[in-house]
Design a protein around this ligand. Structure first.
Ligand SMILES: [Zn+2]
Ligand SMILES: [Zn+2]
Length: 158
């Protein structure tokens, strides 16, 4: 490397600390946006020590120390180009997937429907789009209109 600038200095040069404020919990202050070219997935890339590293991982290690083995660095602000260490957290891959805004992943992690019925083999229908549906709720909804159409029983009870 012919330049005298340190990796940290070169890194800082590529960061715009005046990014938008994150409205997410646990992500205080503004996002620090990587101004260099992102990779195909939208993560910043930084050239250091003869190879490209993900910019947010570099930021994490510079500020918070080595990333524990096997953990991924999650963006609490959900902005992939962000390198603000206050928005970064080392989590397991599973946690990272569950936290992601991928609704399908969040749904797949649920063991019970919103009404509290268990998603077991007998009670689970798979919709054509691949999502799961609770049979008990589905059947309950189909019966519901008929119950409402019995005013006699309703009057007797009242
Ligand atoms: Zn951020
Ligand atoms: Zn249900």
């Amino acid at each position: 490397m012919p330049t005298a600038a340190t990796a940290a200095e070169r890194f800082t040069d590529k960061v715009n600390t005046a990014g938008p404020h994150s409205l997410r919990k646990g992500a205080p202050g503004r996002c620090h946006l990587w101004t260099g070219r992102p990779n195909a997935k939208g993560y910043g890339r930084f050239w250091t020590a003869g190879r490209y590293v993900k910019a947010h991982r570099f930021a994490y290690e510079q500020t918070l120390g080595p990333i524990p083995a096997g953990l991924e660095v999650d963006h609490r602000c959900r902005t992939r180009a962000c390198v603000n260490p206050a928005h970064l957290e080392a989590v397991t891959h599973r946690e990272n997937v569950l936290r992601s805004s991928n609704v399908a992943a969040i749904r797949a992690a649920r063991t019970h429907c919103i009404a509290g019925h268990k998603f077991d083999t007998a009670n689970t229908r798979i919709r054509t789009n691949g999502t799961r549906q609770c049979r008990a709720c589905h059947n309950g909804r189909r019966r519901a209109p008929r119950t409402q159409q019995t005013p006699t029983a309703y009057r007797e009870a009242a």
